[in-house]
Ligand binder design. Structure first.
Ligand code: NDP
Length: 327
């Protein structure tokens, strides 16, 4: 039995951001139509809580017809020189169950997460939103800059990061990679004041974004916290926003950004306006006024990984890339 192995470098080559945004839109529509299987992910924590191994299986029907599972390690403090998220997406034939491919998950995770935020931003941010703030300067901060550049004409970009040298390096990378000027700010508040699009992409366990700092009409992509015991947004930021999510069930089980304000009794489940897929299908309106603040809470879904990996696999076959090995 033959299987194709696709490397990190090949994923970057085969999955340009603009294509991945379309792939994520299709995946989220497929999920919202009920033509996908998306269980909650399972996480096996190490005994000392220093990291976890996550398993994210998913199936997509429709034109995609893909089945697979992402197995991903997330080490909290020390991930050496590697990305914070490392692993593989294994794809299977949905008819006969054969394993088809093993695709590097670092690049898939970096690109698909930002592409999903781009889908949400395209739907929910004001058309003229052009003032971007990024909180964080790691892998997701980089892919999110590319994703935001793909969906809005940005006139101003600010970044804040806990370690000032990392924010500085980020600014230099952005100039070299994308030819844009990024202002490095001394505080998160300085980065977000007046911003119309905000991406929170940190591993912070406690809020780094406060509702009091937000301007009317802003759109937020809250990406960094994907477990129930951490959050990046304070209660005011969540309560003061119209909340859209990637998946309702995941939000109620995994999103500290939602669960902390809920436990405080400030919001309840009705605060979730809709899943992004429902907005894509036109079942629920997205932004309704120029003044409201919209919030997309991203947790990351197996359908996103499987759809992205399946696209990469088909491109690899078409272009003769990837290493074919006998199992
Ligand atoms: P990186 O390790 O590349 O970057 C981590 C970033 O978080 C750095 O900018 C770091 O700042 C910042 N940070 C870490 N601890 C703190 C803290 N206590 N306070 C403030 N900032 C902090 O990680 P990634 O970019 O790969 O991932 C970022 C976050 O996004 C993670 O929490 C990850 O779990 C999450 N994630 C979410 C996904 C989703 O689908 N929603 C998918 C993938 C990741 P500095 O370096 O300046 O100290």
């Amino acid at each position: 039995m033959e299987i194709v192995i696709v490397s990190q470098e090949e994923v970057h080559r085969l999955l340009p951001m603009a294509r991945c945004i379309d792939v994520m839109e299709t995946a989220l529509r497929t999920l919202a139509r009920g033509d996908a299987v998306q269980p909650l992910r399972s996480a096996m924590w190490l005994p000392d809580d220093s990291g976890l191994l996550g398993l994210m299986p998913a199936y997509l029907g429709g034109d995609v017809a893909a089945m697979g599972v992402k197995a991903i390690s997330v080490m909290m403090a020390d991930h050496g020189d590697g990305d914070s998220h490392q692993g593989t997406v294994t794809l299977f034939d949905r008819e006969d169950g054969r394993p088809l491919a093993i695709v590097d998950a670092r690049a898939i995770t970096a690109i698909r997460t930002a592409a999903t935020s781009a889908v949400a931003t395209r739907l929910l941010a004001r058309e003229e939103a052009n003032d971007l703030a990024i909180l964080g300067s790691g892998v997701q901060a980089r892919s999110h800059l590319e994703a935001m550049l793909a969906v809005r004409l940005l006139g101003r970009i600010r970044v804040w990061s806990r370690t000032p040298a990392h924010a500085q390096a980020y600014g230099e990378w952005a100039a070299a990679e994308h030819g844009v000027t990024v202002e490095v700010t001394p505080s998160a508040e300085d980065a977000v004041t007046g911003a119309s699009i905000i991406c929170t992409v940190t591993a912070a366990p406690k809020p780094i974004l406060k509702g009091a700092w937000l301007s009317p009409g802003a759109h937020i992509n809250a990406v960094g916290s994907s477990v129930r015991f951490t959050r990046e947004l304070d209660t005011g930021a969540v309560a003061g926003s119209r909340l859209f999510v990637d998946r309702r069930e995941s939000t109620l089980n995994e999103a500290g950004d939602f669960l902390f304000p809920q436990e405080e009794g400030v919001i309840d489940e009705n605060h979730i306006q809709a899943e992004i897929g429902d907005v894509l299908l036109g079942h629920t309106p997205g932004r309704e006024t120029d003044e409201e603040i919209t919030l997309f809470k991203s947790l990351g879904l197996g359908v996103e990984d499987v759809a992205a990996a399946h696209f990469v696999y088909r491109q690899a076959i078409r272009q003769g890339l990837g290493a074919t090995v006998e199992l």
